[in-house]
Write a protein that binds this ligand. Structure first.
Ligand code: CA
Length: 225
């Protein structure tokens, strides 16, 4: 995903940028409200992470202006202002979520997943996902390669849907596990690797490079073809 980070504190901006890059995202950092607003209005971002106490324009105003200008990019406020009033005001300004600092990076990832899934459900529900020769029709749950239908189990379909939602993006085993099997699975299980193996047997042509790339020690991603 393309993520805009609007944060004036270099330490926090750095931490976010490094963490999100490691998860396979592309990040742009704006250090004040003005730059953040301009980028949010012009840039083609999938998500905005917005601090409130910013030099120049206050984050609340940034958020409001983004929505007034009919930009509906998912937006999460990250702020040290933690009163219920602050949270409610932020959500009323059009933020999709509000996290108070300090926060755990794992929780941020989970919230990002929720708000971006919500928005992609709104814009692309009922549509099919397609990457190169791979196609997944969400309404009929039909998966095909080069127009040839391939029978996949529910779990296999869920993995493909996840990978195809963001081709080229790295998905850690933990993310695949929590998305497809739920959070209660033992994180040490190798079930993800087993299912990826099954999927490869079904969808890859013999001797061809696999559609699903292994990123050693990190996870998997869909090859952009
Ligand atoms: Ca700040």
């Amino acid at each position: 995903m393309r993520i805009l980070i609007v944060e004036d504190e270099a330490r926090i901006a750095d931490f976010l940028e490094r963490g999100l890059r490691a998860e396979g995202h592309f990040c742009v950092v704006a250090n004040d409200g003005e730059a953040g607003l301009a980028l949010a209005l012009d840039g083609d971002f999938d998500l905005v992470l917005l601090d409130l106490m910013l030099p120049g324009i206050h984050g609340r105003e940034v958020c409001q202006q983004i929505r007034v200008n009919k930009v509906d990019t998912p937006l999460i406020i990250l702020s040290a202002m933690d009163s219920l009033d602050d949270v409610i005001t932020g959500l009323r300004m059009g933020a999709d979520d509000y996290m108070t600092k300090p926060f755990s990076f794992e929780e941020l990832l989970a919230r990002i997943e929720t708000v971006t899934r919500r928005s992609s459900e709104i814009t692309t529900q009922e549509k099919s996902l397609a990457t190169g020769p791979l196609e997944f029709d969400r309404s009929s749950l039909r998966f095909s390669v080069d127009g040839r239908e391939i029978k996949l189990t529910a779990k296999e379909l869920a993995i493909m849907e996840l990978l195809m939602s963001n081709p080229g993006t790295l998905f850690s085993r933990e993310r695949i596990l929590s998305n497809v099997w739920g959070l209660n699975m033992d994180p040490l299980t190798n079930v993800v690797d087993v299912y990826i193996g099954k999927l490869r047997k079904k969808i890859d042509a013999e001797n061809a490079e696999s559609f699903i790339e292994t990123v050693r020690g990190l996870g998997y991603r869909l090859r952009v073809v």
